[in-house]
Design a protein around this ligand. Structure first.
Ligand code: UP6
Length: 248
């Protein structure tokens, strides 16, 4: 059994953010998302500049920056996203009741709703908790990559039902196959290591496409910790695209 192509997914996934990601993937021949888990604005912008040509989205944990400033962090980041044609994915993993998430999404110092194209959210608080994510795409956390995660098969099944039925959700983060109507995002990808000694478990791009039929691989330390992040991004981009083509 063969996976379906990004072109076929364009017909199946009608959320505007899903459409954009798929169009970028096809245009750039890339399914790579870089996880920019760096702690200063300077590092974040330097990394975005280097990997920008190779990615469909840059994934942020905006709350780990020690010097966040909307004008100095977000404005130049948005310029780079436009220049290199990638989306901004804030990996906030919201996990609260709808009212609180609504506040976390739009208020505080980060004002995520002003700049993120897509956000991640747990579905632990139920279907209605996701109603607040208007004008953004939601990627639901269905299963996690870490050792001992509580996302067992019955949790994943129920979480997937919410993801499929909620109009704000267009994708899922998981380490297993999910229905074709959702885009699959797979973190825990590294060509050199099998783990980080802190619970993270790694697989190869080949595994993610051949076994999970993923749509996008998410790579953090494999790229930003390497001696040459631009070259590493290209390596993962080529590996990811080759694995995708071989799975067709
Ligand atoms: N992430 C995972 N596993 C999950 C969900 N999210 O690793 O199940 C995120 C982490 C980190 C990135 O929060 O930002 O993906 C992985 O980084 P790494 O490649 O450096 O391990």
């Amino acid at each position: 059994e063969k996976r379906i192509s990004y072109e076929q997914k364009l017909d199946l996934c009608d959320h505007s953010v899903a459409q954009k990601l798929l169009e970028i993937a096809i245009e750039k021949k890339s399914n790579l998302i870089v996880s920019a888990d760096v702690t200063t604005t300077q590092e974040l912008l330097a990394l975005a500049e280097k990997v920008g040509p190779h990615i469909v989205a840059l994934k942020t944990h905006i709350d780990i920056l020690i010097d966040f400033n909307s004008d100095q962090t977000i404005l130049p980041l948005k310029d780079l996203a436009t220049k290199y044609n990638f989306l901004l994915m804030e990996d906030r993993k919201f996990a609260d009741i709808g009212n609180t998430q609504e506040l976390q999404f739009a208020y505080g110092m980060y004002k995520i709703s002003n700049w993120a194209d897509l956000v991640t959210a747990q579905v632990i608080a139920g279907y209605d908790s996701l109603d607040c994510f208007r004008n953004v795409g939601v990627v639901a956390i269905l299963g996690m990559s870490s050792k001992g995660t509580l996302t067992d098969s019955s949790y994943r099944e129920e979480a997937t039902k919410i993801a499929l039925s909620h109009p704000n959700v267009f994708g899922g983060v998981a380490q297993n196959k999910i229905p074709n109507e959702l885009l699959l995002f797979t973190p825990g990808i590294n060509l050199a290591d099998s783990g980080d000694g802190k619970g993270q478990q790694y697989n190869t791009p080949e595994h993610a496409f051949a076994q999970l039929e993923t749509d996008f691989i998410i790579v953090g330390r494999g790229i930003y910790k390497s001696n040459d992040p631009e070259k590493s991004a290209l390596t993962y981009r080529i590996a990811g695209w080759k694995a995708y083509e071989q799975s067709l």
